[in-house]
Design a protein around this ligand. Structure first.
Ligand SMILES: NC(=O)CC[C@H](N)C(=O)O
Length: 199
């Protein structure tokens, strides 16, 4: 397979899952680099990545000690994907609500996809996903909506989407589309790798 010269930056907020994520992206023949949260938006910009992934963490976004990225990364013209903690960071940054479910959940759960979205073409509406969390996105930020919902915990999304983050509704260029597909691929791998329909 031909390797591309595209690059994805993954910000590591402390979960071992971020290393798995980095490897998974490389298996897609896309160079990926794991970086610490202290990296600045300017440094990321200079690396000219195709996308940024905000990774997982054992911490909770609403505590003082939780690691935060340089807020200026949200101003870069680069697609961003949040995984677990990363998703919760995006939620918090854009005015949504993240809270503690008071029950840790670990393992395989059933999720329901928004089947109208092309992302889920060819996949069953109900699927299984691998999760590890105690927090949830209680309310999506304005302009964001849920793509995949875990039925057991009401309003726990596995994905939030807004055009700025995953340019799916307006795709002017093939390259951008490819980035989006890579992102969605990651999303699936991280959450559905251990499942029958993972890809
Ligand atoms: N997997 C994660 O990144 C978990 C994020 C956060 N610690 C939670 O409990 O929800």
């Amino acid at each position: 397979m031909r390797a591309s010269n595209e690059k994805i930056i993954i910000i590591d907020f402390g979960s071992p899952m971020n290393k798995v994520l980095t490897r998974k992206i490389r298996e897609l023949n896309v160079y990926s680099k794991l970086v610490p949260p202290s990296i600045t938006a300017e440094e990321i910009k200079n690396m000219r990545p195709k996308g940024i992934v905000l990774g997982a963490s054992p911490e909770s976004v609403y505590t003082n000690k939780s690691p935060k990225p340089d807020p200026k990364i949200f101003e870069l013209d680069v697609p961003i994907l949040g995984v677990c903690y990363g998703l919760q960071l995006i939620t918090q940054f854009y005015g949504g609500v993240v809270d503690d479910t008071k029950q840790n959940e670990f393992g395989i759960v059933e999720v329901k996809a928004d089947s109208r979205n092309k992302l889920f073409n060819g996949l069953p509406v109900y699927n299984t996903a691998h999760m590890r969390h105690g927090d949830r996105v209680k309310e999506a930020p304005p302009g964001f909506f849920f793509l995949l919902i875990h039925r057991a915990v009401r309003l726990l999304p596995l994905a939030l989407r807004k055009n700025r983050f995953l340019v799916f509704n307006s795709i002017p260029k093939w390259k951008q589309l490819k980035t989006v597909m890579i992102f969605y691929g990651i999303f699936y791998m991280i959450y559905v790798d251990v499942t029958v329909n993972g890809r």
